[in-house]
Design a protein around this ligand. Structure first.
Ligand SMILES: *Cc1c(COP(=O)(O)O)cnc(C)c1O
Length: 392
């Protein structure tokens, strides 16, 4: 489903129907388990088409429908399935298309907990998981076996920011009948359109930019076709995966301002990234929108923007020095997640979560999320941090 409207307009209007709610602008929050039927005939009809009607809180309510419809419209999906976290969205997507004996190819730069799910759950269910080089492109053809069912992508990788050649990978997958999925959390549907690049299933940790305020967990799986959607929806249903109404409400509310927030995140993050490139403490900035980034050519071919998350590789400093810098930041918080309005800083060790490729770096890696604060204030906070880093 592609909208006749531009993304800003879709974000403002999709998934809302004030005329159905006494003219109230925002969709109401339905707290529901039981949904009543007038007659046994109605119940039978509702049950036969249970994903088209509201029959029980777990299979969908007007509140989940509002969020899913809005995201699907923005992404250009046939339909979407919400889940109580980004990780549960990853899990139902992978589960929907795999069974014992299958082989899945997962990008080596994937989000750590996605790898953990593959290594500790999928593999326990008899699925063989193989990791591949994020830069493999069309050469992924040589890794595809008869049993390969899924290719999982994350581009750019949300720790190390390699950009994948998504169209090259999906072209190979299509020829071999392999389902492709992408974790599109970094770009959001605003900056990368997976379905225009041949992807079948697009997954978002809506916890990040969709919710946008660090106050709810949410995931969503967007599906290109009805068949793909039914596979994911049935998986979610069978596993009892459903998101809570208040969090769904916060996610759909967050969407309304996502484009405006992202433009600010993008601009400030690029400004901080360029400023960091000139710091003597910094060996490299990993941000694909920078012209000298190795992923820049693919990024500018396929993406229409960049978000507020990127990493820097520092020159060699020991852990104590890095902690001195990070512990005393005034504005940058130490914490998991990202995509909220606030800035975050996190030392990370990519070498611990790679198997297909080796992580080569001059020094420690810091991942930054650039929030909506004044960018000069953020640079001053980082500059003071670098002073502490250099001090013995
Ligand atoms: C945070 C994140 C997830 C998981 O989302 P949760 O809502 O925290 O479960 C998945 N993928 C990426 C890239 C993420 O950053």
């Amino acid at each position: 489903m592609t909208s006749k409207y531009q993304p800003d307009t879709v974000l403002t209007h999709a998934g809302r129907d004030p005329s159905a709610n006494h003219g109230v602008v925002n969709p109401p929050v339905y707290h529901a388990s039981t949904i009543l039927f007038d007659t046994m005939d109605d119940l039978a009809k509702g049950y036969a088409e249970r994903y088209a009607h509201y029959t029980y809180g777990r299979t969908g309510t007007p509140t989940s429908h509002a969020f899913e419809t809005a995201v699907a419209a923005l992404e250009g999906a046939h339909a979407a399935v919400s889940a109580p976290s980004g990780l549960s969205a990853v899990a139902i997507a992978l589960d929907a298309f795999t069974k014992a004996g299958d082989h899945v190819l997962v990008v080596d730069a994937a989000y750590g907990p996605t790898r953990d799910y593959c290594d500790k759950v999928l593999s326990r269910h008899g699925v063989t998981v193989e990791y591949y080089d994020p830069l493999i492109g069309g050469d992924i053809a040589r890794l595809i076996r008869d049993e390969t069912r899924v290719i999982f992508m994350e581009s750019p990788g949300s720790l190390t920011f390699e950009v994948q050649d998504v169209p090259a990978i999906t072209a190979v997958a299509k020829a071999r009948g392999v389902v492709t999925m992408i974790d599109n959390t970094w770009a959001t549907p605003l900056f990368f359109k997976p379905f225009d690049h041949g992807v079948d299933v697009s997954i978002h940790a809506a916890t990040k930019y969709m919710v946008g305020h660090a106050d709810a967990m949410m995931g969503v799986v967007c599906c290109a076709t009805r068949d793909l959607f039914m596979a994911v929806k049935i998986q979610a249903h069978l596993q009892g995966i459903c998101a809570g109404p208040d969090d769904l409400y916060l996610a759909q509310r967050g969407l309304r301002s996502m484009a405006v927030r992202l433009r600010h995140h993008e601009k400030s993050a690029l400004e901080v990234a360029r400023w960091l490139q000139d710091r003597k403490e910094v060996a490299r900035v990993l941000h694909p929108a920078l012209p000298d980034d190795p992923g820049h050519a693919l990024w500018s071919r396929d993406f229409t923007g960049s978000s507020g998350l990127f990493s820097v590789v520092l020159n060699p400093y020991d852990r104590k020095a890095v902690n001195r810098m990070v512990d005393d930041m005034d504005l940058f918080g130490i914490g998991f997640s990202w995509g909220g309005y606030e800035s975050l800083i996190m030392p990370q060790s990519p070498d611990r979560s790679r198997t297909a490729t080796a992580w080569q770096a001059e020094g420690p890696l810091l991942r930054l999320h650039i929030g909506l604060e004044d960018v000069e204030d953020l640079k001053r906070d980082l500059a003071a941090g670098f002073e502490r880093l250099g001090k013995e």
